[in-house]
Design a protein around this ligand. Structure first.
Ligand code: ATP
Length: 308
């Protein structure tokens, strides 16, 4: 009998705090980050198919690779290898429905990889536990384990070593997406360049963790910080206007998400977020505006009723 298609929903990530260390000899930067999973999601359906492949629809579908470069497909081949299947002919078709902006600094590709692992674990009846899945996830990219875990978490190393963080409150965010993405390596390169003349760095992570434990969005707003923000703004100066427009519209604070160019604005409550979103969409400083909440759970099976 052909197994029923499996659908998984997976959240975007936002870095509430992103401290970037100096470039290491292997080219990577040591990170200290606080991730939060947001209710901006991709949906992935995987089915058994004689002709393997991948298709994409939704937000940014036209600029998402559909071949072996797609992170979801890399997850298929990695997991096939891991469980002794033929990675060249895994016998599945992957359908991505994107809600997370592509190349937006919200970890969309990593989210799809995480969702793919979870879906295949079910489709192929592998019965891998969360720990084994997280281990395979870590091989695919530093943001992939967090997409499996969700919630709010402290990430160290390259972001892949995770500890859950107590977050008492649901936070309300407005997400401003841009016309064109930024390449993460370009943003790190720009940061290295800016650091030749500037010593600006975000503060310690502890106060951020305390603010999250208190649950007061006003306290958290004062502590949001991202070392990549200056580099993203330097490459995309319009972001300065976007960030200002969100605060002028009534947000408590705004931050560039990861390597950008997506900006996230923290609001006092849901009502304020809807108001800020409405004003921001008329301000001409971004392409699309969404409201989102966090924290939300990581990748989750939604059952075969969603399969199309
Ligand atoms: P980062 O995790 O570095 O913050 P990002 O969120 O900025 O990444 P992604 O949406 O993950 O960006 O995409 C980065 C690049 O990866 C894109 O330019 C795209 O070409 C490629 N890519 C591969 N697979 C996917 C996927 N499933 N969804 C989106 N982009 C993908």
């Amino acid at each position: 009998m052909v197994p029923t298609p499996i659908t998984v929903r997976v959240p975007a990530k936002l870095n509430l705090h992103l401290s970037v260390g100096d470039s290491r000899s292997d080219g990577y930067h040591e990170l200290v980050t606080v991730f939060q999973a947001l209710s901006l999601v991709d949906e992935i359906t995987i089915r058994t198919a004689e002709e393997p492949g991948l298709d994409v629809r939704g937000e940014g579908a036209e600029v998402t690779p559909t071949g072996v470069d797609n992170l979801a497909w890399r997850a298929v081949t990695e997991l096939a290898r891991h469980c002794g299947r033929d990675p060249e002919n895994p016998g599945v078709r992957v359908s991505l429905n994107k809600g997370i902006p592509v190349a937006g600094g919200m970890g969309g590709g990593s989210a799809d990889a995480a969702a793919t692992l979870l879906a295949l674990n079910s489709l192929w009846r592998l019965e891998m536990g969360r720990e084994e899945l997280a281990e395979v996830a870590g091989r695919l990219g530093s943001d992939v384990p967090f997409a499996l875990q969700g919630g709010t978490a402290l990430g160290t190393g390259r972001g892949e070593r995770l500890v859950p963080v107590l977050a008492r409150h649901t936070y309300h965010w407005v997400i401003a997406m841009n016309e064109e993405g930024l390449r993460t390596p370009d943003v790190y390169g720009e940061l290295d360049r800016l650091r030749q003349t500037s010593s600006n760095r975000v503060g310690d992570v502890e106060p951020v963790l305390e603010a999250l434990a208190s649950g007061d969005p006003r306290e958290l707003a004062l502590l949001l910080g991202n070392d990549l923000q200056a580099a993203a703004v330097s490459l995309r100066p319009v972001l300065r206007r976007t960030l200002r427009a969100g605060v002028d519209a009534g947000a408590l604070a705004g931050i560039v998400s990861g390597s950008g160019p997506t900006c996230a604005f923290l609001c006092t409550d849901e009502e304020a977020a809807v108001r800020v979103a409405a004003e921001l969409s008329g301000a001409g400083v971004c392409r699309t505006v969404r409201v989102a909440q966090g924290p939300v759970p990581g990748a989750r099976l939604v059952g075969d009723d969603k399969a199309d």
